[in-house]
Design a binder for this molecule. Structure first.
Ligand SMILES: NC(=O)C1=CN([C@@H]2O[C@H](COP(=O)(O)OP(=O)(O)OC[C@H]3O[C@@H](n4cnc5c(N)ncnc54)[C@H](O)[C@@H]3O)[C@@H](O)[C@H]2O)C=CC1
Ligand SMILES: O=C([O-])CC(=O)C(=O)O
Length: 342
């Protein structure tokens, strides 16, 4: 994000919006980003962060309620993008038309005692409807799926797009960036290293034990004892629940998720703009394991996924975690596929 704010500063200091610094050799092109669920707990701070991103020229804020206020508020910020609010089904097409990136944080969040899968019954239908509209109005957009359960909503989206004849696996992403954000924060705390320089890949899926942080690959190296690695792994896997319990019935992570969503969308935009070596962990169609979808490091480019990167060397503990997560992740994927086809 620091690079994002640096970019904002660069933009302000420039007499032209067609910047050449930091974003490849070409001038920064026009890019439309749509946020679906923009008036929600994640949607509002995410709208703010996308408004601060100089790579965005048009920001479409869509929700079934309350978007006029959010859009009016955000639109007063003196940054590049033009902001428009859209409310209700009848305006969804206009919100989506011409979008390069669509971010979906629409749907209900968890309350204490619930799993992400408990959200399936409500959120599966919401995501299905929104993806049908994406297939119709902006079939070439990169779709950043935040709505839970991500392990099922991404497969639902893929089936909807297949039915519409628009599916391109390179353009569909489950946003797992918050797992990476948490793993970096928790690791930096234990390893007593500055968090800004920390990298930790997180693979698998986005629920409980399907979240597999690869602390053996964390940099800078810290040689933490096994018990600390296990505690860090568990805390990363339960990070969402930690927030749900602390919010005590008032929802789940929103601010850290908006930050993570903004990082991932920024990476997608940089990829589209031809910036080289943009790599993020994300849940995509994958051959990395025998599962049809899997989160791992992915190189982003002008068409979305440029390359799904392999897992690298795993510790015995991580190998064990990988085998343990597969049945649950596969069941969630299959549940999504079945729902979309019934
Ligand atoms: N991928 C991840 O790492 C994370 C995912 N999430 C998930 O994000 C989702 C949203 O969470 P919050 O923003 O906290 O919930 P929220 O309830 O505060 O906001 C959801 C918004 O979606 C809107 N909405 C409902 N149906 C819609 C539709 N058909 N079209 C457009 N908008 C619609 C609501 O009006 C509301 O404004 C939840 O499913 C949550 O579990 C939350 C945190 C992290
Ligand atoms: O835990 C939840 O329900 C929300 C979420 O996905 C997260 O914070 O990682």
């Amino acid at each position: 994000m620091s690079s994002l704010f640096r970019s904002v500063k660069t933009l302000k200091n420039s007499s032209s919006h067609l910047l050449r610094r930091g974003y490849g050799s070409e001038a920064v092109p026009e890019r439309k980003v749509a946020v679906l669920g923009a008036a929600g707990g994640i949607g509002q701070p995410l709208a703010l962060l996308m408004k601060l991103n100089p790579l965005v020229s048009n920001l479409a804020l869509y929700d079934i309620a309350n978007t006029p206020g959010v859009a009016a508020d955000v639109s007063h910020i003196n940054t590049r993008s033009e902001v428009k609010g859209y409310m209700g089904d009848a305006e969804l097409g206009k919100a989506l038309e011409g979008s390069d990136v669509v971010i979906i944080p629409a749907g209900v969040p968890r309350k204490p005692g619930m799993t992400r899968d408990d959200l399936f019954n409500i959120n599966a239908g919401i995501v299905k409807g929104l993806c049908e509209a994406i297939a119709k109005y902006c079939p070439n957009a990169l779709v950043n799926m935040i709505s839970n359960p991500v392990n099922s909503t991404v497969p639902i989206a893929s089936e909807v797009f297949k039915k519409a004849g628009t599916y391109d696996p390179k353009r569909l992403f489950g946003v797992t960036t918050l797992d990476v954000v948490r793993a970096k924060t928790f690791y930096a705390g234990k390893a007593k290293v500055p968090v800004a320089g920390v990298n930790v890949p997180v693979v698998g899926g986005h629920a409980g034990i399907t979240i597999l942080p690869l602390f053996s690959q964390a940099t800078p190296k810290a040689n933490l004892p096994d018990e600390e690695i296990q505690a860090l792994t568990k805390r990363t896997q339960d990070g969402g629940t930690e927030v749900v319990e602390a919010k005590a019935g008032k929802g789940s992570a929103t601010l850290s998720m908006a930050y993570a969503g903004a990082i991932f969308a920024d990476a997608c935009l940089k990829g589209l703009n031809g910036v080289p070596d943009v790599v993020e962990c994300t849940f995509v169609q994958s051959n990395v394991t025998e599962l049809p979808f899997f989160a791992s490091k992915v190189r982003l480019g002008k068409n979305g996924v440029e390359e799904v990167l392999g897992l690298g060397a795993l510790s015995d503990y991580e190998k064990e975690g990988l085998e343990k997560l597969k049945p649950e992740l596969l069941a969630s994927i299959e549940k999504g596929i079945k729902f979309a086809n019934q």
